[in-house]
Design a binder for this molecule. Structure first.
Ligand code: 5MM
Length: 341
């Protein structure tokens, strides 16, 4: 008998565990590997992801699920063990990114629409067979003095809702990710503008989810935090937490079991500090945790550097960030824990 969507959704966010976003498309992982001077090949991508997924204690204690790219869902470790089995053996859930990317939107200069709905029902059935129990789709909302437009906002929210309904029909929990960009261009907006755009985005997304008859109990929201643009950063940790909670409380129904933030280009430690502040001092109706890509992986990637002799160092770095973010998901991270490590 298949597990209920509601139960899987709760497992994804409960107990101070969170999600590892390891779903970089081939282009994006190539850019990440460029930073360590490593060529991206099927083998180097396998070796890197094997290092992460085989950090067994950290996966078991801190990582409830891993979001995979299609190649990784079907990939095997060097000894032939499927990655899906390695993830499951650590009591973690395999998930899959199902969008095929944010593409320039016709007639809307500077904005994108995320593609991938055609044939999605058939693909989801195959992903379920392969072991995926949740999925992810990212809609991208640009922020500038004149963007986003209503046309792009509505199209992206509609696509997110269509995707979510298809996932639930396939017994897969949808992670709904509308990302209002912190690191887009020009990236000089202040926190007020981010709050305004994020509130508008989440309101639109939840209206579309209702119209698409998506069960709120069987989904997870993956939003950005409310924060100023990357070229205008000045809000304190407390202010980011306060503004983020304010916007989420205005827009996210309490029937949603969990919110798992993206890191969006924040430094690893900032993303942890903000999550911890959000989880301490506020009475929240949802479990609030992490679904970080860069903020969980950056230090591990650097420590590894593409060298087999550095696998243990990479795993230590990954385990450390996973533990810090797990503490943050419980509101009990402290800066001195970073220094101690
Ligand atoms: C890990 O990066 C994900 C995939 O990006 P591409 O499709 O562009 O390759 C991305 O969707 C990620 O899951 C989220 O943006 C969260 O990652 P960050 O790094 O913002 O925490």
């Amino acid at each position: 008998m298949s597990e209920r969507l509601e139960d899987i959704a709760v497992r994804m966010v409960a107990g101070g565990r969170g999600l590892l976003a390891a779903d970089e498309s081939t282009g994006t992982i190539g850019k990440r590997f460029d930073t360590i001077g490593l060529q991206s090949t099927e083998t180097s991508r396998r070796d890197y992801r094997e290092m992460l997924f085989r950090t067994e204690d950290a996966m078991r204690q801190y990582i409830s699920g891993a979001i995979l790219y299609e190649e990784t869902l079907h990939q095997k470790a060097a000894d032939g063990t499927p990655f899906v089995d390695i993830i499951r053996a650590a009591d973690s859930i395999p998930g899959i990114k199902v969008d095929i990317g944010a593409k320039p939107m016709a007639a809307y200069p500077g904005e994108t629409i995320t593609e991938g709905l055609d044939g999605l029902a058939e693909r989801l059935a195959k992903y379920y067979e392969a072991g995926a129990r949740f999925a992810k789709w990212r809609g991208v909302i640009a922020i500038s003095p004149t963007l986003p437009t209503w046309g792009s906002m509505k199209a992206n929210a509609h696509a997110l809702a269509r995707y979510a309904a298809l996932c639930q029909q396939a017994n897969i929990v949808p992670i709904v990710e509308p990302e209002c960009l912190m690191d887009g261009k020009p990236g000089d907006h202040n926190i007020d503008r981010c709050a305004e755009v994020t509130e508008w985005t989440l309101r639109t997304v939840f209206e579309e989810l209702a119209d698409a008859r998506v069960s709120l109990e069987g989904m997870i929201l993956k939003p950005n935090m409310v924060i100023d643009g990357k070229n205008a950063r000045k809000a304190s940790v407390a202010e980011v937490a306060e503004r983020t909670v304010e916007v989420l409380k205005r827009t996210v129904p309490s029937a949603v079991p969990g919110i798992a933030f993206l890191s969006g280009g924040q430094s690893s430690e900032e993303a942890t500090a903000h999550l911890s502040a959000i989880n301490s001092g506020y009475d929240l109706p949802w479990a609030v945790t992490f679904s970080y890509g860069r903020a969980l992986q950056d230090t591990a990637l650097k420590a590894w550097g593409g060298k087999p002799e550095n696998v243990a160092a990479g795993q230590r770095a990954f385990a450390h960030r996973a533990e810090m973010n797990s503490l943050a998901a419980k509101g009990s991270w402290k800066k001195d824990l970073e220094q101690a490590a």
